[in-house]
Design a protein. Structure first.
Ligand SMILES: Nc1ncnc2c1ncn2[C@@H]1O[C@H](COP(=O)(O)OP(=O)(O)OP(=O)(O)O)[C@@H](O)[C@H]1O
Ligand SMILES: [Mg+2]
Length: 246
């Protein structure tokens, strides 16, 4: 579970806040989608949860551990798929996976079973001895997704994970998200793809200009707006309303 309490963040020399006092709870046992236009603050929020950025104000707790005062425990409870898969290009795929497994202190048995499972699912088992530099973007994305799952993290965070994946891999990813949510884990992912969010998510948060506009289920959003329409229409209307107010 992830708890974000009144978090604000301004990047160096920026005039506006990237995040403006956002609060959000991402519970266990569901697939939680994080939606918002470009520049809304999705990646910033995810980086604050992973501890690669620090908030100016407010607190972030991962399984109850502060990302500041208890950062190692918080990080241990996270598997993260960043938006950009350009990492460690000089390593071989298998070296990258072993490196991740070392970071999380995985024993031999758990490591080999997990590597075999996820590299088979994503059909990259036969390229693990090649350098990552030789992989296509989608192959790098699959490797990072596999790596993020090796420690069987309680909290799985993914930033635009469908980008670059072929339909087969995207389907497998959605299956894994559902499997983990059903097993009581927390799955939190950002996306621009409204059709995916509509089909996959149990709950959503919509962010725009560093402020959370809505948190709840799609049905709750429909009820709020008084319309039985697609998530895409509701999203565009919600973001548009706020543009006109501000
Ligand atoms: N490293 C940075 N330095 C300065 N400003 C930044 C930096 N990263 C993000 N920002 C600013 O913070 C705000 C939020 O950006 P963020 O990357 O979190 O948005 P996002 O919702 O992930 O967008 P996208 O959908 O395009 O990925 C934007 O105004 C952006 O310009
Ligand atoms: Mg982003």
């Amino acid at each position: 579970m992830i708890e974000i309490n009144a978090v604000s963040k301004t990047y160096n020399r920026a005039k506006t806040k990237a995040l403006d006092a956002i609060s959000l709870t991402v519970p266990d046992g569901c697939i939680f989608g994080f939606l918002g236009p470009n520049g809304a603050g999705k990646t910033t929020t995810l980086k604050l949860i992973t501890g690669s950025l620090q908030a100016d104000e407010g607190t972030v707790l991962v399984n109850g551990h502060s990302t500041i005062s208890d950062d190692l425990k918080a990080k241990h409870a996270i598997g993260f798929v960043p938006d950009n898969p350009e990492l460690f290009s000089r390593l071989k795929g298998i070296e990258y996976l072993n490196f991740i497994a070392d970071v999380y202190d995985l024993g031999k048995g758990a490591r080999y079973a997990a590597i075999e499972r996820y590299t088979t699912i994503f059909e990259i088992a036969d390229v693990l001895n090649a350098k990552i530099a030789s992989y296509s973007r989608g192959m790098k994305q699959k490797l990072i997704i596999a790596g993020s799952l090796l420690p069987d993290p309680q909290n799985w965070l993914l930033d635009e994970p469908m980008v670059g994946l072929d339909p087969h891999a995207a389907f497998k990813l959605k299956e894994l998200m559902r499997e983990r949510a059903n097993a009581g884990k927390c799955v939190f992912f950002s996306t621009h793809v409204m059709e995916v969010a509509e089909r996959v998510c149990d709950k959503l948060a919509i962010i725009n200009k560093g402020k959370i506009l809505f948190t709840g289920s799609l049905d709750e959003l429909r009820e709020l707006k008084g319309k039985d329409t697609s998530l895409e229409n509701l999203f565009l209307e919600l973001v548009d309303d706020k543009e006109q107010v501000s």
